[in-house]
Design a protein. Structure first.
Length: 341
């Protein structure tokens, strides 16, 4: 099934009873009928034809027939900790959170402390808007079952699977820690003033400026072998502040990442090592920007996975303001696969 569809095409799927994840411009999501779907706002996509920015079509993921139940719930910031209690017995959960909302901040800072959060696969993304509309239009999530639209709440779909199936959350992070200074932070947060560089206290913004750091390359933390990125939003040297797209945490050692080079080739190389046909995938808007995909609709970021039997598949999905695989990630490809028990 193609991933990019018109409102009329998606409406037909919804009316047929299909269970869907949908992403696209708010005006298009508002035109869809109620049914077994939910989604969030974003106009940027990995499509079969490459990196794409569009307000004319939405992107659709159709859940397979071995999904036995799906429940959509909206959570305000204070209720996010209840997400694990809503997990299905044999399934996974998919969550979308509006960027810059209190729910976004709360999830990023606290999710790893919630009992049961790692008991089932949890994947999703941070909803966004056209970059030209930042500060003018709020990102939204939509509960297709009820028609509720929210710029402040997270939306989660909790999905149960047939007994012979299981879900798995996966990530591909092209970035590795570089060999430079070790950086730690005294407090958790999206906005940073002070840091410790090799144990010495410094103003983080002044350090970034003095070292002429390329902020297209994130900070990277090593969590027991898993590389987790924290990406830069802005550096205010005069004000002594650095804004980030994910929080840093005290007690964690960060280093600036080595350069990636060719994003498309990097993703293809990683996927060639583990041929998969994901049901859902998302990638980061910063990868879209830094790989210069703006306005390029063909031949760019077409991640094609070859299989031993000669067939291929495309990795498609929204280019998001943050990716979720249990926790908030940046500049990372997240994908969901199913296996047989």
């Amino acid at each position: 099934m193609k991933s990019m569809m018109t409102v009329d095409e998606v409406s037909g799927l919804i009316k047929s009873g299909a269970r869907l994840f949908v992403s696209g411009d708010e005006s298009l999501l508002a035109g869809l009928p109620r049914g077994e779907w939910f989604g969030g706002t974003i106009p940027y996509f990995m499509s079969e034809d490459g990196g794409l920015c569009t307000r004319d079509k939405v992107q659709v993921v159709k859940l397979p027939d071995f999904v036995t139940a799906a429940t959509v719930k909206l959570y305000d910031a204070s209720g996010l900790a209840r997400i694990p209690a809503d997990y299905k017995a044999n399934g996974f959960s998919y969550i979308v959170i509006p960027a810059f909302s209190e729910a976004h901040q709360k999830f990023a800072k606290d999710c790893s402390t919630w009992p049961g959060i790692f008991d089932r696969p949890l994947v999703g993304w941070i909803a966004g808007v056209d970059l030209k509309d930042l500060g003018k239009i709020a990102p939204k999530v939509v509960n297709g079952q009820t028609g509720e639209v929210s710029g402040s709440k997270a939306a989660g779909m909790h999905i149960d699977l047939a007994a012979h199936r299981h879900a798995q959350a996966n990530i591909i992070n092209l970035f590795q820690q570089g060999s430079g200074d070790t950086i730690t932070f005294p407090t958790a947060g999206f906005e940073v003033t002070d840091c410790f560089v090799n144990g010495q206290k410094q103003c983080f913004a002044a350090y970034v400026e003095a070292k002429k750091i390329n902020i297209q390359q994130p900070l990277v933390a090593n969590y027991m072998g898993a590389m987790v990125n924290v990406s830069f939003q802005a550096v205010d040297a005069s004000g002594g502040k650095v804004a980030l797209y994910a929080p840093v945490f005290p007690g964690v050692e960060y280093k600036f990442a080595d350069s990636v080079g060719d994003y498309e080739a990097g993703f293809c190389k990683e996927l060639d090592r583990r041929p998969v046909d994901p049901v859902f995938a998302c990638n980061c808007i910063l990868n879209y920007l830094y790989a210069n995909l703006e306005g390029k609709k063909t031949g760019q970021l077409v991640v094609v996975v070859p299989f031993a039997n000669g067939t291929t598949t495309h990795i498609v999905g929204p280019m998001t303001f943050g990716e979720i695989a249990y926790m908030l990630l940046n500049q990372t490809l997240v994908y969901l696969t199913f296996g047989e028990n």
